[in-house]
Design a protein around this ligand. Structure first.
Ligand SMILES: [Zn+2]
Ligand SMILES: [Zn+2]
Length: 311
């Protein structure tokens, strides 16, 4: 995609490209909820969530929305007969974050090693979450029938390593169980929170209904503070900014953020660069690209804007 923060030059095919590559991020799917291909989404793309990170000899894929299909095609072309080794980190089980996996070509080749990691969901184990969408009658090929070396790992720790990349996890404010990740690479840290609603407006909590208003307020404040600490000083924050502020008023409790609340969180956490992500399927390129300038017109945090990008 043209808008990706990426190094476009691949090394020659005979080289171990992941080891040779400088650190990079490439966006293969930036859309929330459902894929929206068409002339209105050519710039920011119509595919759902999928981000590729290469750093410290590791290839880490963040979520398996429909954007993972073109990633798979590109990896096949890049690696040819060489094995592809990657880790796929899943934030949560909503369709827009897993629906592309059955169409990820490297999973169908025995030379490739794919480790899939994530947390158990609400009422479903992680292995079940990943296998269920590929079960009949939903899909003709079962997960166990994939030819690639697929290892599905249920996460139980909030800190773990993928090679030299240390990963921190946190549960965010979204319906069900949803994780955010922070990757600590030698080139800087990348935080990935594709789906998150600001705690101050709505609390997604299994205990929420049983709380008094005071307890809910404290839980929300504690959640926000923990998230600010988790994100603090990140070099890059890829963050849910699905709605305009006006739209958000009609979608409180849907699990997503507005542009201004995304910027407010980034400011609280003193991140270096905020990337607005998980665009609403109703937003075309023009609307997505004017999100920042519309925010500037509000004159709330004008100094921040040069480092605030739509991806
Ligand atoms: Zn989503
Ligand atoms: Zn979600």
């Amino acid at each position: 995609m043209k808008n990706a923060c990426q190094n476009s030059a691949f090394p020659p095919a005979s080289m171990p490209s992941v080891l040779a590559s400088p650190a990079r991020i490439k966006f293969w799917g930036t859309r929330g909820s459902i894929a929206v291909p068409g002339s209105g989404t050519l710039r920011f793309g119509g595919n759902t969530t999928c981000v590729e990170v290469r750093a410290d000899g590791e290839m880490i894929v963040l979520d398996a929305g429909s954007g993972i299909r073109p990633l798979g095609v590109a990896l096949d072309n890049e690696f040819g007969t060489q094995p592809i080794k990657l880790s796929l980190l899943i934030t949560h089980a909503h369709w827009d974050h897993i629906q592309g996996l059955p169409f990820f070509r490297p999973a169908y080749n025995g030379k490739n090693e794919i480790r899939i990691l994530g947390f158990d969901g609400a009422g479903a184990g992680f292995k079940e979450i990943m296998a269920e969408p590929m079960r009949a009658p939903f899909f003709p090929i079962a997960m166990r029938e994939l030819s690639g070396k697929i290892d599905i790992s249920r996460l139980s720790e909030m800190t773990f390593s993928l090679g030299k990349v240390q990963v921190h996890a946190i549960f965010v404010n979204h319906p069900g169980v949803c994780a955010g990740y922070r990757l600590l690479t030698s080139a800087g840290s990348i935080a990935f929170l594709p789906d998150h609603e600001p705690y101050e407006f709505f609390l997604h909590s299994a205990r929420g209904n049983k709380m008094s208003p005071e307890q809910a307020k404290k839980t929300a404040a504690d959640g926000h503070e923990a998230l600010v600490q988790f994100l603090h000083g990140s070099d890059i924050l890829i963050l849910d900014a699905q709605y305009t502020d006006e739209e958000y008023q009609r979608h409180i409790g849907w699990g997503h953020a507005s542009v201004s609340s995304a910027v407010a969180l980034a400011l609280d956490a003193e991140v270096h660069r905020l990337l607005l992500f998980h665009h609403d399927p109703g937003h075309d390129d023009q609307m997505a690209s004017t999100d920042c300038s519309a925010f500037a017109a509000g004159n709330i945090v004008p100094k921040f804007l040069p480092r605030c990008l739509v991806v």
